[in-house]
Ligand binder design. Structure first.
Ligand SMILES: C[S@@+](CC[C@H](N)C(=O)[O-])C[C@H]1O[C@@H](n2cnc3c(N)ncnc32)[C@H](O)[C@@H]1O
Length: 247
């Protein structure tokens, strides 16, 4: 089990404690379901790699009836956002310090979110690091799996080559409508990186992606890449994007 910390509005929680508390009578651990931790609320939004938490803190304050989940791997950013959220008395924001890929793959319920936000994700330019990207075909499936029917994914990057690649991967998905967003978001700079880059005049690629109702979130390229099983009984999980020739 990987290390995951959770910040509820009024207390910290480790994943181990949560799973122990939620263990069923049969001894099986339940998933990490944010709806059980922050019940009620009209809709859930999830931000991955929230940095200093600008978007989540502002949105949670502006829309108290909605619920927000932020996932951030860097402990320093996580603690900064957690402390700000508590000082501001935000009761509708759940923060997780964790590797988002692990949370998406192993713990979070599918179809949770009306909106998912990923702003300025690390592009991981080296081939051997591509599996860490959120927008590889296989990891994209995890991301899209978070979306409710008709849910939306918001993306921005200043890394234009990566933006092209992400747009191509998304556009090749039969269940998605992908739109390039021209100019800043209606609510202005959503994150600290975006605010900085706007001041610098750096070009930014923004995408809004809608999962059509009834569409399967699984990307066909991800399916092709998943060859499971081997003659000797060893389980092999291999992605289409895995490259035998690392740079
Ligand atoms: C370039 S920063 C952008 C921060 C913020 N989104 C913004 O726009 O200001 C990328 C962020 O993603 C976080 N991150 C990278 N990989 C992650 C992962 N696997 N899970 C969760 N967060 C991750 C990093 O710690 C960092 O805060």
């Amino acid at each position: 089990m990987q290390s995951v910390q959770l910040a509820l509005p009024d207390r910290d929680l480790s994943l181990a404690t949560l799973l122990a508390e939620r263990a069923t009578s049969s001894g099986e651990a339940a998933l990490l379901d944010p709806r059980a931790l922050l019940p009620g609320g009209a809709a859930w939004e999830v931000e991955i790699g929230f940095g200093k938490g600008r978007y989540l803190l502002a949105s949670a304050a502006a829309r108290p009836k909605d619920r927000f989940l932020g996932i951030e791997i860097a402990g320093e950013y996580y603690r900064l956002a957690r402390d700000r959220a508590r000082r501001r008395g935000l009761g509708n924001l759940l923060l997780a310090r964790a590797d988002a890929i692990y949370l998406l793959a192993a713990l979070l319920p599918r179809g949770l979110a009306r909106r998912v936000h990923v702003y300025f994700p690390d592009p991981w330019p080296k081939t051997r690091h591509h599996k860490r990207r959120l927008f590889d075909p296989e990891t994209l499936d995890l991301l899209l799996g978070l979306l409710a029917a008709d849910g939306e994914l918001f993306f921005a990057t200043d890394h234009l080559a990566y933006g092209e690649l992400v747009e191509a991967i998304l556009a090749s998905h039969p269940g998605l409508d992908v739109t390039r967003w021209q100019g800043p978001w209606p609510d202005g700079a959503r994150t600290n990186y975006e605010a900085k880059y706007l001041v610098e005049g750096r070009p930014i690629r923004r995408l809004v992606v809608r999962l059509r109702p009834g569409a399967e979130p699984v990307h066909p390229a991800g399916l092709v890449g998943l060859a499971v099983g081997a003659p000797d009984g060893e389980l092999v999980l291999r992605g289409a994007s895995d490259s035998p020739t690392d740079e």
